[in-house]
Design a protein around this ligand. Structure first.
Ligand SMILES: Cc1cc2nc3c(=O)[nH]c(=O)nc-3n(C[C@H](O)[C@H](O)[C@H](O)COP(=O)(O)OP(=O)(O)OC[C@H]3O[C@@H](n4cnc5c(N)ncnc54)[C@H](O)[C@@H]3O)c2cc1C
Length: 542
């Protein structure tokens, strides 16, 4: 059997290597446009910042080492320009010369390219993209040559923020502009994105949201970046405003597409017999909603590439799909993770959503390096299904994210997740694991023992008419009356039992314990502010 693979980075090389392992007798040929294969796209921002010192470290395999390792043939600088699915051939061009290649099975793994807007000035020196090793090398060289003191990064998604952090590490002053109202749009709910924006500002990176990129100004090289608000002084512009699938060459092939991405079934086959698609060029399924989903992620490319290879070699493996999972290191010393449905997405999908945001220790609080996780969980009130998790923190956010991935993938309810036997020792975790702790807060809320406002409700004014009460271990909210939990033994002077009281402490825990005690003594109208002063800006009265 002869298998042609178009594209030789994450999805293409994963599929090729696995096909050769499944069936050594298969002839596997990768046709790929660039000169590098199998490079670590995800590592590019860290090359810019010097965390990854050498270019060679970005190249997982050269074409030669890959062929030796796997037995697949690699033709680089070979661009496929057309696919004839009736004749089962592809046309490719290498250094101006055209050739035709036949196949028994075809894998399209042609990935995606950075979106390039139609605006003036992009031909100026010091306009950069961030997709290939050469892009990262060019940016680092320009920074190290000393000509870039200020930069604008267009795009407040993962890639934009990773590049911004690494430029800042190199001493560059960075503005990040994004058309959306917040950074990390669609990845986090708005209040968590706002928290990220504040951390960026603390780190000297200026987030400019709700701002469109309109052009680049300069004499030969970038001097200013024109936005819909104002012109921003800059020596460089890095474009990270999205990607588009590389599928134009499939025009007329009969392969079914949606908005430029190739539609695949659960076995990763296209609508055309013996043609498969995988990676950034292909559409998969959202495992939770069963809707088509585009997941241009290295994780998806590798997992699906492996499944596809097994199917090509006679298997019938299904790829269950994605949950929108991701983790990233962000400016300001924090990390983020998310899987499943955010509150916004869950509401849009028609769920009867309940959320709880908690601030919990990420390891034993007395252990060096301990920090906090801010965890927002989403569940469905009606079915009690666990729907999603978002996390911010200085520590290992992937840990809680991956627990949530497992939970959602197995269709767990919040009740099934209670009291799981998670590992604990002080350097790693807390006796009640941070995931379990956050889940207990959600369960308390669902079961009525915690009555609270979410940060989003609080910001929208839900606590109007409530008197702010400081429920911290020591008085810490200036001008708010103080309630000491340890002194509550009955009705408290100055606090009527039916008065609307908003209990606030640093993280939410002490306020919850105070609410619990007050309820016992007949207080009927108290609310806890989820996330306390660690997450919310609590306005003090004059
Ligand atoms: C800066 C950056 C950071 C990232 N960080 C993460 C991360 O932390 N986690 C994560 O999961 N993902 C991350 N990603 C995404 C991840 O890198 C991609 O999802 C992954 O590379 C997709 O692999 P792919 O093989 O589908 O496509 P690509 O990597 O785009 O490779 C496709 C290849 O096909 C070639 N090609 C295109 N058209 C043709 C044609 N007509 N003929 C021949 N060859 C063709 C292209 O030139 C390219 O070499 C990051 C991406 C970038 C750019």
């Amino acid at each position: 059997m002869k298998v042609l693979i178009i594209g030789g980075v994450a999805a293409g090389t994963k599929a090729a290597a696995k096909i050769k392992r499944e069936d050594r007798s298969c002839e596997v040929i990768i046709l790929t446009k660039g000169k590098d294969i199998s490079y670590a796209g995800c590592g590019l921002p860290y090359y810019v910042g010097g965390v990854i010192p050498a270019r060679e470290q970005l190249i997982v395999n050269t074409p030669e080492s890959f062929s030796r390792l796997t037995g697949a043939q690699v033709l680089t600088e070979t661009e496929v320009t057309a696919v004839d699915t009736a004749a089962k051939t592809v046309t490719a061009v290498h250094k101006g010369e055209s050739s035709t290649h036949s196949y028994d099975k075809l894998v399209i793994a042609s990935g995606a390219s950075p979106f390039c807007p139609d605006i003036p000035g992009l031909d100026l020196e010091n306009v950069f993209f961030m997709r290939t090793p050469d892009d990262a090398i060019a940016l680092r060289e320009a920074v190290e040559a000393g000509g870039i003191k200020r930069a604008v990064v267009a795009g407040g998604g993962f890639i934009g923020l990773e590049v911004a952090e690494n430029l800042a590490e190199k001493g560059v002053r960075v503005n990040v502009i994004d058309f959306a109202p917040h950074v990390l749009p669609n990845f986090l709910d708005p209040e968590l994105s706002e928290y990220v924006e504040n951390k960026m500002a603390d780190a000297g990176i200026n987030p400019m949201t709700g701002v469109a990129l309109e052009g680049v100004l300069g004499d030969g090289k970038v001097e200013k970046v024109q936005t819909s608000k104002r012109a921003v002084k800059a020596d460089a512009l890095v474009l990270a405003i999205g990607i588009r699938p590389n599928t134009a060459f499939l025009e007329g092939s009969g392969i079914e597409m949606f908005k430029g991405t190739i539609l695949t079934d659960k076995n990763l086959r296209t609508n055309v017999e013996d043609v498969y698609a995988v990676g950034d060029c292909a559409m998969v399924t959202n495992r939770e909603t069963n809707e088509p989903a585009w997941s241009p992620m290295g994780s998806t490319a590798n997992i699906a590439g492996r499944v596809l290879a097994m199917n090509i070699c006679g298997g019938s493996k299904e790829y269950a799909g994605v949950l929108g999972t991701g983790v990233a290191k962000l400016p300001g010393g924090i990390n983020t993770g998310r899987t499943g449905l955010t509150e916004t997405a869950a509401k849009a999908a028609g769920y009867d959503v309940i959320t709880a945001l908690s601030v919990v220790d990420d390891k034993a609080h007395y252990y060096p390096g301990a920090g906090s996780f801010i965890i927002k969980m989403t569940a469905d009130k009606a079915t009690r299904k666990f729907l999603g998790l978002q996390v911010l923190g200085t520590g290992a956010v992937d840990k809680v994210t991956d627990i949530a991935v497992t939970a959602i993938s197995l269709g767990a309810t919040v009740d099934q997740l209670e009291n799981l036997d998670f590992a604990y020792a002080p350097p790693f975790s807390t006796a009640i694991h941070p995931f379990a702790h956050a889940l207990n807060v959600l369960l308390n809320k669902m079961n009525g023992s915690l009555e609270s406002f979410t940060p989003a409700e609080f910001a929208e004014g839900a606590a109007e008419g409530y008197r702010l009460v400081d429920a911290s271990p020591q008085p810490s909210i200036h001008s708010a009356p103080y309630l000491d939990l340890t002194k509550i033994e009955g009705e408290m002077e100055g606090f009527a039992k039916d008065e609307k009281l908003l209990l606030v402490c640093a993280k939410g825990k002490r306020a919850y314990m105070t609410q619990n005690r007050l309820k016992h003594y007949g207080y009927t109208n108290t609310k806890v502010l989820e996330g306390g002063t660690a997450f919310n800006t609590v306005e003090e009265e004059d």
